[in-house]
Write a protein that binds this ligand. Structure first.
Ligand SMILES: Nc1nc2c(ncn2[C@@H]2O[C@H](COP(=O)(O)OP(=O)(O)O)[C@@H](O)[C@H]2O)c(=O)[nH]1
Ligand SMILES: [Mg+2]
Length: 269
């Protein structure tokens, strides 16, 4: 999970090697923590702790405590990476899809789901998490509303990752049929990652999702996506607003944000 903080590199839709999964591993830059550690000293903090350099944009009277994001140690990152490193005995693979809750597979291992508006970057983030397992196909869309199903991926015997259909844009029905039903009924759901676009911050549909998570008592983490696309000042403003909201109006929300981005992404070495 710690790789969420920007260590996972995302391969963009225009990457010419996207479909040739066998070559992805050698083509994805900074896919592993050890590769990231080889970055020059100057570049390393920006990749691992992408918001760290932004404190200089804050006015002197702003309480920087609420601006701190989750900062795992490199040892923690290494340990977390172990979950996402496939081997003969630890297989990461696509398991199944479902269009309704009664089609969802019955699984006993813990589950984490990735939730958010269409196009916010759910599938891209999961793809990034699986960058050391290049044969796992996670579809990233060019057009909003692509993921109409819940897609289940098994991470060995440890847990299942669920890519949820996007809500909000042209998909209100999916919200009721799948997202709400899933959140309410799924017994083995242990964590939810709610992705928020850093360009626009929390939207109405995100507030509805947060209300549901709070009501159902599901612990969740807010993930801020696409931070590479946002001017620094606006990013700081949105980070502070979201932190403030989480502090004042939520119970089940993890107190720190997880920022993620395409920043520094290169398709080919
Ligand atoms: N610049 C940038 N684009 C991103 C990022 N994450 C996702 N995208 C793009 O946003 C679009 C939607 O991504 P996708 O993962 O399919 O969104 P989903 O609908 O939430 O699953 C795709 O074109 C991605 O390439 C990011 O961190 N930075
Ligand atoms: Mg998707």
């Amino acid at each position: 999970m710690l790789r969420l903080q920007g260590v996972g590199r995302l391969a963009g839709p225009s990457c010419p090697l996207r479909r040739r999964s066998a070559t992805w591993r050698s083509a994805t830059k900074n896919a592993s923590v050890s590769e990231v550690l080889q970055l020059r000293d100057k570049k390393l903090p920006g990749v691992v702790f992408p918001l760290q350099g932004l404190e200089k944009y804050l006015a002197p009277d702003v309480n920087t405590a609420s601006f701190r994001t989750f900062s795992p140690s490199l040892a923690d990152l290494h340990r977390a990476e172990g979950f996402f490193k496939p081997s003969g005995r630890h297989v990461i693979h696509y398991f199944s899809s479902a269009i309704r809750m009664d089609h969802a597979p019955q699984l006993s291992q813990p589950e984490v789901c990735f939730l958010g508006r269409s196009n916010v970057g759910k599938s891209s983030l999961i793809k990034a998490l699986f960058s050391l397992a290049p044969d796992v196909e996670v579809r990233v869309s060019k057009t909003p509303g692509h993921t109409k199903k819940m897609n289940f991926f098994k991470v060995g015997k440890y847990f299942t990752v669920v890519d949820m259909p996007g809500y909000g844009y042209r998909a209100p029905q999916d919200f009721a049929d799948m997202v709400e039903a899933y959140l309410q009924e799924r017994q083995n759901l242990k964590r939810t990652f709610l992705l928020v676009d850093s360009l626009v911050g929390l939207q109405k549909a995100d507030h509805i999702a947060i209300e549901m998570l709070e009501e159902f008592g599901i612990p969740y983490v807010l993930v801020l996506t696409k931070i590479d696309k946002v001017p620094k000042g606006l990013l700081v403003k949105n980070v502070l607003e979201i932190q403030d909201f989480a502090e004042k109006h939520t119970q089940g929300c993890f107190p720190q944000l997880f920022p993620v981005s395409f920043h520094d992404m290169l398709c080919i070495r």
